[in-house]
Ligand binder design. Sequence first.
Ligand SMILES: [Zn+2]
Length: 635
Amino acid sequence: MSPQSRRAESPGGSDRSGSAGRLVRGAVPQPANALFAEMLRAARELLAVRSPLDAELMVSELLGTWWRQQPGPNGRPPAVRRADVEELVGEGLVEYAAGQGSPAALALLSGVACLGTARQAVKAERAALDLMDRGVARPRWAEHAGAVAAGDCYVNTDAYGDRDEVICVFSYAGQEEHALVVVVDYNAGGMVKDGWVTSQVGKLLSYCRDLAKPDRPKATFRQVDSPNVRRLLQSALTITETIADPPVSKSFPAYHAFIRARIRTLPPALPRGRALVPAAVSAGAGTAEPGTAEPGTAEPGTAEPGTAEPGTAEPGTAEPGTAEPGTAEPGKARPGTASPGHRGSGYQGPGLGSATRAAAANMPGLIGPGASRRTAWRRDRRAMLVAEFLASDEAEDLSDRRAASRCADHIVDYGCEQDFGRPLRVSPAKAETFLLDWLPRKVMLSPAEQHAMPHVLIAWARWAGAKSGLDIAAISKTLDAVFDAISTFTSVYRDPASFGIEPGLVGRLLPDRDLEALPRRAFAFGVLEGTFRGTDLSTLDPASPPDRRLLLAADHDDPLNGQASPEHLDQHAALAERLWHGDPPELWDAAQRLLDLGMRRHEVVHALIQAIASAGQDDRAIRLALASLPRDPPG
Ligand SMILES: [Zn+2]
């Protein structure tokens, strides 16, 4: 988007970060006070600022400092989650500033009270009031900071539905109007990837309205309902905050706190049951509620098998931008009727009246996948879609029907589970992400499937693209992307055989074919073959609890020490369950760090069991305990 981002320059020289914020090990990471002193020095600039917007952006950038302390050593994910670091370091900063008691400290605290996490904000507010009571002078902007009114919201969706640019307009009681622009990327799990602020609101909006350029024929720009924007941005930001190493833009950390705070000022959704149902979809989502779909009104050619069933309809079948009442071309969408582009299930109250429906249909568009992840594409509907594809002209040339069918299953599963229930959505970026990122990481393919996959994906892109109304140019761009990716796919897809684990064993450890889980599941069990108490271990299923227990007992079969106690096996079983599911992610990261130190497998398992036991029941405490392993780092 064109108009220049506000505050591209950082408040006090750009690369202050990273210097003093070393996290020392321990149950709670404690940054050195040097970091806080440095931040407080930078906060002096807040005293010279007049505009509350400038002040908020400066504080946001200060709070974003520790977002850049990634990744962890050896290219591994950081040991401590970003959100935990942020919370802890931010609270430390608040305490430090409260202790300093200078005008700069008060300015910083006033900013954190608007922009910090809920806990930080409460602490900062209290500390700021305390300093004011003691007569410390507060900057003029502080009484306006954070006191913004949310104005109109808009969404700009690209032709493929790969990403939404969400624009929210704010002002300080009508003054200092500014727009926050947030980019949500659906090929990256629907996370917030970028964001910025501009005060040139009019210029930005007119630029967006002119977007219908020849090369972006189907990009849509529309005004949307702010509670829906809030829901979309909230869920998207949560994804960014929970991914270990989110692929955000370079400038994102500086805006993170600002974005979070602005989302909080958007009006929340009306109570469920009488309001809009969440969960429409960005590209081409209609505006009627799930549950109002009437099969007879679906556009010919876009209806899916089974669209008569509300709540499971496929959003990708609607042409982008055509389902919007008031903005659609005549004849393409009918206000008040649902296009097939709807989904969502289980949200609407049982007795939504037609007045509510009509009201919903007249609301500006529902957007974003939001809570729609809960939508289930049942197995039988997925199978029907695959069958329809395999019977199509596009799939005619696929010679290995069995492999083609499995490949199509993976494509549909990916679309349903990773692309917000949109198996028919086709785009170059989606195809690339699926082929080069998802498959090599997450799916175990047979050699025949590896060979067939690119051909099946090409056939699928032609079939699904046409079915969902994508134009020829966009489909051929997608085909080009697949062709370009084929050689890379062949080299990056790592055959499970190359892990040095026998195929039979791989099958036992990956009943769900989750390739990524292989090393940690193999680690969870010391032995998976051989004989123990007359049982052939290779016949046991490591996914089943009783079999798992026997495998773990076999691992403790030591002629010198005797057998493990039932309590000890309970602990192992609990850990094996966690390792099986990778829960929490810090667990396997910690295991790898300990293995890297040369510890033996069984010792590592015991260290993990101990760390979890010492942390108690609290999830966050468990994650922090694992993140702080090893306890006494060498050197
Ligand atoms: Zn043991």
